[in-house]
Design a protein. Structure first.
Length: 407
């Protein structure tokens, strides 16, 4: 962090924070220095809870960036048009229309009906884990569970999951403010492949509709309007990726937090009714998505400074979730914390569409882990997965046993 003696806010680029193993001490420094930091060119970073929470739903900030920005970020690749079509990158009135139609497709009833499937999937994964004893919780549980769930949601067959999965992982490389050249190529190829794959699935659904998300997206209607073919394809691709990436991160970071705080794990064993509170605490304590960016559409005052139109405002979810002005002992993991108004699912019109599904998956999984395994211990050093967009683990070795540990 560069300190400017002229009285200007400190300067730090957001991506340097997301690449730290532990960014939270640096977040605390930035909050102490002020609510606003200078970032890269024409960029500001907001660090305190009250400002981030308000700005997440401020209509003067846009989520829809101009075509020139996407060309700068991703070059002349399919990533550019992909981000211009998905719901994440749209504002009113297009976003309102898309949200209503996709909200019909991802209905609460559809999510509730997945609950039984999720329970079965978790049981199977935990049986395999029990047979192994020592395993990589990321590779063996945190990654496969959300992928299988989102495949059920979209109607992707189990036979295709292994083929689809690496392309979805490569798509994740495109979720950065500026995509490095090599990752642009991988992300662009992933978009092209996934578009073709979803296109073929849609052709099948038109011939034989089902009760999956793709079939619902084809028939959803709002005031006589329906989703275009291109909007269905790209938003289905986005939902496939978003449906597993954030939940994988939540499961991985939540598990790591419990391994690092065995007293909190013991508390959940004694009082499993706190598991839903624990899920919210995992989301706050080590948010899967650390930052989200907006574009100023008109002058806006933030922390006593007026930000001009056309500037990028980076909202630090990770810092806001640890703001001592909002949370008591924010650096402490407290699985009983209630209320817990974290910002990890965003806010305003862009509040995460899949929040309820992520909560169900995490609740079923952590309930099963705690009930089935009296012993859950580290089996090696965890390995962080560092990136510009998501905070997770590449590996998390654990030892699970259906017998209590003996001292």
């Amino acid at each position: 962090m560069d300190v400017d003696k002229s009285g200007l806010p400190p300067r730090i680029e957001a991506h340097t924070l997301t690449m730290l193993n532990d960014p939270y001490p640096k977040y605390a420094e930035l909050r102490q220095a002020g609510a606003l930091c200078r970032g890269g060119p024409a960029q500001w970073l907001v660090t305190r809870y009250v400002d981030v929470a308000a700005l997440l739903s401020d209509p003067r900030l846009a989520h829809q960036f101009p075509e020139a920005y996407h060309r700068f970020s991703a070059g002349d690749t399919p990533i550019r048009s992909f981000f211009q079509r998905i719901i994440l990158g749209r504002d009113r009135p297009d976003h309102t229309h898309l949200r209503r139609l996709m909200g019909q497709a991802i209905s609460p009833g559809l999510v509730r009906r997945l609950h039984a499937d999720i329970t079965t999937l978790v049981d199977d994964l935990l049986l395999n884990a029990q047979a192994k004893g020592t395993l990589d919780l990321v590779a063996d549980i945190a990654f496969p569970l959300p992928v299988m769930v989102v495949c059920r949601l979209l109607g992707i067959s189990a036979d295709d999951q292994d083929e689809v999965r690496p392309h979805a992982i490569d798509l994740g490389k495109a979720f950065a403010a500026v995509v490095p050249e090599q990752e642009r190529l991988a992300g662009g190829r992933a978009v092209t492949w996934l578009r073709a794959y979803i296109d073929e699935l849609l052709a099948q659904r038109r011939r034989r509709p089902g009760d999956d998300l793709l079939s619902r997206m084809l028939t959803a209607e709002d005031d006589g309007r329906r989703l275009t073919h291109e909007d269905i394809v790209d938003n289905a691709v986005f939902l496939f990726f978003a449906g597993f990436e954030t939940t994988t991160s939540l499961i991985a970071t939540g598990s790591a937090a419990l391994l690092q705080h065995p007293d909190q794990l013991a508390l959940l064993r004694r009082q499993p009714t706190h598991i839903p509170h624990a899920i919210e605490e995992f989301l706050r304590y080590d948010a899967p998505v650390q930052v989200t960016a907006r574009l100023t559409k008109q002058p806006i005052a933030i922390a006593g400074r007026t930000i001009k139109p056309g500037r990028v405002v980076v909202l630090s979810i990770g810092s806001a979730n640890h703001d001592e002005r909002q949370f008591h002992n924010p650096e402490q993991l407290d699985v009983t914390r209630d209320p817990n108004p974290h910002l990890s699912f965003g806010g305003g019109i862009h509040y995460c569409l899949g929040a309820s599904l992520a909560r169900i998956e995490a609740t079923v999984l952590f309930t099963g882990l705690i009930e089935r395994f009296p012993t859950i211990e580290p089996a090696g050093a965890p390995v962080r997965q560092l990136g510009a967009s998501f905070r997770s683990f590449a590996r998390l070795p654990v030892y699970l046993s259906d017998r209590a540990a003996t001292s």
